[in-house]
Design a protein around this ligand. Structure first.
Ligand code: FUB
Length: 325
């Protein structure tokens, strides 16, 4: 009998210890919460953020290259929304290159802007065989989440309209800025940075295509404004850093201000967008940081805070794993 009681007490002690260990493990919180990359279940690149009412909408290309493929495979754009820059909700796929009858693929960089209650989505795609090279198209919708449809029925910009360089991928990466007078300007380019004013309908050019001379311009221009300064940030050199220039006018002259963001870990591109949301500025970019096969063709969107100096110049971005806490 004594022995039985001893054994039962011993078993009870073991059960108690196991429960205590399990509880202590459950109570242990990871001291660091990694919010970057913000999307962990898919590879995403070329983020373009839009602030509309009390939300941020994030448009990104879906990187779908298999692990052994070192080139872009991008067949759709994705859209996410957030009210706090920390939690992101995915919505149904809003747009694909196949929604443009004249395009044959490649959901490269894009940007959505709102004008008079309509949402215009400027995209990079590959044009079908009738015009060689990349092209810029425009889709339109009544809601930031779509549905979107081709707004023109043909490309807005094609490779044969620009002759500054012989490459076929120089008409990519559109960014649009609508000034205080409601006039829209489209900037874009690879190797050469180009811009043109748009008509009020957002789907026609209003004047000739112009160029901007920027040091080591690779691609990915993005225009934003703070106080009375315009900022033209862009991918600089290759592998890409992000650099920027400032101007008092949307059409320049632009004064080069240096590097804003370093090469983004494990990705040869960096592709930024810059927004202000609820009083804080954010730098949205991509790197290749998903541990399982992340890299230049399997990228991931990240967000970090952006700060300014007193003279309006921007402080160098500090890329973090923690992201927005
Ligand atoms: O995603 C394809 C291309 O890679 C983009 O258009 C460029 O900006 C670079 O990020």
């Amino acid at each position: 009998m004594k022995n039985l009681i001893k054994s039962l007490s011993f078993l009870a002690l073991i059960a108690f210890c196991e429960t205590a260990v399990a509880q202590s493990a459950a109570n242990q919180t990871d001291p660091v919460k990694f919010n970057n990359p913000i999307i962990k279940d898919k590879y995403t690149g070329d983020p373009a953020a839009l602030v509309y009412k009390d939300k941020v909408y994030l448009y990104a290309g879906h990187d779908e290259a298999p692990n052994d493929v070192n080139s872009y495979r991008m067949r759709e754009w994705l859209v996410y929304s957030s009210s706090d820059m920390k939690t992101w909700q995915e919505h149904p796929v809003p747009l694909k290159p196949t929604d443009f009858a004249w395009a044959k693929g490649d959901a490269w960089a894009s940007q959505v802007v709102e004008k008079n209650g309509k949402f215009y989505w400027f995209v990079t795609v590959t044009h079908n065989e009738s015009i060689h090279g990349k092209a810029i198209g425009v889709a339109v919708g009544d809601n930031p989440l779509g549905p979107f449809k081709d707004a023109i029925g043909k490309a807005l910009i094609t490779n044969d309209m620009t002759t500054q360089t012989k490459i076929s991928w120089d008409d990519i990466d559109p960014t649009i800025y609508i000034d205080d007078a409601g006039k829209a300007y489209l900037y874009w380019g690879n190797t050469v940075c180009k811009y043109v004013k748009l008509k009020d309908n957002m789907i026609e050019m209003d004047g000739e295509i112009q160029t901007v001379d920027l040091p080591k311009f690779t691609e990915a221009p993005w225009i934003h404004k703070r106080k009375d300064w315009y900022y033209l940030s862009y991918a600089y050199d290759f592998p890409e850093k992000i650099a920027y220039a400032m101007s008092k006018s949307i059409t320049g002259p632009w004064e080069f201000k240096g590097i804003l963001n370093e090469v983004a870990g494990n990705s040869n591109t960096n592709h930024q967008s810059i927004i202000e949301f609820k009083g804080q500025w954010y730098f949205v970019y991509h790197n290749g940081s998903i541990p399982t096969n992340g890299g230049s063709f399997r990228r991931s969107v990240c967000v970090d805070k952006l700060f300014y100096n007193k003279d309006g110049t921007m402080k160098r971005v500090i890329m973090t794993s923690e992201g927005i806490q």
